[in-house]
Write a protein that binds this ligand. Structure first.
Ligand SMILES: [Zn+2]
Length: 182
């Protein structure tokens, strides 16, 4: 079976580079698309959204992404900073519910290739669930069909968990959960 998924640091961009529909920024483009489920956009708030990584380090590997395009953390305004932080908080809650990991790693790759990220110009926080004794499961599950099924199942579990949170609405079939913070 063909292996189409890259290690987690490669993120989305290598795969999307082959897609002629995306010629600008993938992290700007994905939340604009009609079918959130197909594009793995699981939840969104006023200034940020949650994306399930399509090349996860572990099951449930998420990215919390401000809508504003930019690679400078200092350039985020107060509203976007707070919203991004609240969405991270909700992401941990949803993962506790949907995936039940033993621990988390969460962080930003800033400043280009030396940080290990591949999308330098649109900052995002990785939230990676960790399990006792885990190793990167992507090399273990290299069968494309199995990986896609695992992503869809994880997406649905997380979508349910976000939908159960306070201030959540689901505006339509295959739509991301919308979260309003008061
Ligand atoms: Zn962007």
């Amino acid at each position: 079976m063909e292996q189409v998924f890259a290690p987690w640091r490669i993120e989305w961009v290598r795969r999307e580079e082959k897609n002629p529909d995306i010629d600008e920024c993938v992290l700007c483009e994905l939340p604009e698309r009609a079918d959130a489920r197909e594009n793995l956009v699981v939840a969104r708030s006023e200034h940020a959204y949650v994306l399930l990584n399509n090349a996860p380090y572990n099951p449930g590997h998420l990215m919390v992404v401000p809508f504003a395009h930019g690679g400078e953390y200092a350039a985020l305004d107060d509203d976007a900073l707070l919203d991004h932080a609240r969405l991270k908080q909700r992401a941990f809650d949803a993962l506790d519910e949907a995936v039940g990991p033993d621990a988390y790693n969460a962080g930003l790759n800033l400043g280009g290739g030396a940080a290990g990220g591949s999308i330098d110009d649109h900052l995002h926080t990785h939230v990676v669930p960790r399990f006792d004794g885990d190793t990167n499961f992507m090399p273990v599950i290299s069968d494309t069909k199995v990986v896609v099924e695992a992503l869809e199942e994880t997406y649905d579990r997380l979508h349910d968990a976000f939908a159960d949170q306070s201030g959540a609405t689901v505006p339509g079939e295959d739509a991301a959960v919308e979260l309003a913070f008061d």
